[in-house]
Design a protein around this ligand. Structure first.
Ligand code: AMP
Length: 407
């Protein structure tokens, strides 16, 4: 793919950059940010433009306000407003940050027009408008009218053809639209991992469903030497191989696909490693009774909730010997301490491989949360900010948000 990276020739001085960022950060009950990774990752692009003497207009969504309306059908503005982010943003940017309580209405237009170089305007949640997710042209055109240059730095939503992520780019010519630094890094790293990676290449997948990851697994066959499968997905594979998996999470309609995948991997000469043993619980709960069982001999009434110690050792051994590692999805229910060990061991093995010079990338889904939780994000080569977007990129799909800038 030819990518038109951050266009350094663009002159932001005295221009207003309309930047789509992904500020969809988790908030606690008091609306305090519990993980500001996504904001921190967007700072370099914003800072670059402000330092050049430009002004910045930020657009983002936060949560799914139209799916979680108040009982009277109105938008729960208190919960989903981007106003919650203003104070934090001011602190991080050390710049004046204004807020408009709409995106294309009078206030946004007025505040955008009055914006001075070095200042920032944060628009209200783009998903307050149903036009956003519909990719409405008229709405996108109104957004476009607020700025002189469009910058897409929201990798996390690049797989959506929404108004602010994709359609808005139609209203800027090639000289007036670009990726931001974060987007550039995401594309660069994922491309590096997929195209001519240093061998041996190990792909690690986990998480809950085979159905979510089957396309990824198939794509991995193109370049992986080893595929390690953990998480609940593994039990669909064990069931397909006629193992006993007790009450583990299984997708009965995916048994055939799982079997076929194993056959394809064999034909392609790719080694698939399933977890030999599992940490099982008698219920899906943090205080469940636990025992370690062979993953194909899980007793009735018990469910596999993490890869076992032998499997974790085996996975770590393969990872440590790899020169490229791509990891997507946790090995178990890492949110519960009793079932977090497998994910922790894999994360540490990635860190060890990185130290020895391997390129290691964690992207797409909950493995990113796991690596952050384990404070290992700085010890791997790259941690993606894009869950679904990275998953689709790794699956080899063309993301509409990327295409809109490059075409
Ligand atoms: P995904 O979004 O597909 O990456 O799935 C992540 C979720 O899968 C996490 O919330 C994990 O708790 C969950 N998970 C991982 N392993 C298991 C398992 N063995 N049984 C049930 N859920 C699991």
């Amino acid at each position: 793919m030819i990518v038109n990276f951050f266009n350094m020739n663009l002159n932001f001085k005295d221009n207003k950059a309309l930047i789509r960022v992904d500020f969809n950060v988790p908030l606690d009950k008091e609306y305090k940010i519990t993980d500001d990774t996504r904001i921190r990752e967007a700072i370099p692009t914003i800072r670059h433009i402000l330092d050049q003497g430009g002004a910045v207009i930020l657009m983002s969504h936060l949560g799914r306000p139209l799916e979680k309306l108040n009982s009277d059908g109105s938008i729960n503005r208190e919960k989903f407003t981007l106003q919650h982010l203003v104070k934090h943003l001011k602190k991080k940017l050390k710049a004046k940050v204004h807020f408009a309580d709409d995106c294309v209405g009078k206030q946004a237009v007025k505040k955008a027009a009055a914006l001075k170089p070095g200042e920032v305007l944060l628009l209200e949640n783009t998903r307050f408008y149903q036009e956003e997710e519909k990719g409405d042209e008229a709405f996108a055109q109104k957004l476009a009218a607020l700025g002189d240059i469009y910058v897409n730095d929201a990798f996390g939503t690049a797989h959506r053809a929404h108004a602010s992520t994709t359609i808005v780019a139609r209203f800027f010519d090639k000289q007036h639209k670009t990726f931001g630094f974060l987007m550039e890094r995401e594309i660069e790293n994922a491309t590096r991992a997929m195209k001519e990676p240093a061998k041996p290449v190990t792909c690690v997948t986990g998480g809950s469903k085979v159905s979510d990851k089957i396309m990824l697994l198939e794509k991995f066959l193109d370049y992986a030497d080893n595929i390690l499968i953990g998480g609940a997905m593994a039990y669909t594979f064990f069931q397909a191989k006629k193992g006993a998996v007790g009450n583990s999470l299984v997708e009965p309609d995916k048994l055939k696909i799982a079997k076929e995948f194993l056959k394809k991997a064999k034909a392609a000469g790719v080694k698939v490693v399933l977890p030999k043993d599992s940490v099982c619980g008698d219920k899906f709960a943090a205080d469940a009774a636990t025992q370690v069982c062979p993953s194909n001999q899980i007793p009735d009434g018990w469910m596999g909730l993490d890869i076992g110690p032998a499997a974790a050792r085996a996975f770590a051994g393969v990872i440590r010997k790899s020169h490229t590692v791509i990891w997507n999805g946790p090995m178990g229910v890492f949110e519960m301490e009793a079932f977090a060990n497998g994910t922790r061991v894999v994360a540490k093995a990635c860190a060890a491989a990185t130290k020895k010079g391997a390129f290691t990338m964690v992207g797409g889904g909950d493995s990113v949360a796991a690596v952050n939780q384990m404070k290992l994000s700085k010890k791997v080569s790259f941690v993606s900010t894009g869950g679904g977007a990275m998953l689709e990129f790794l699956e080899g799909k063309e993301l509409p948000g990327i295409k809109a800038i490059t075409e």
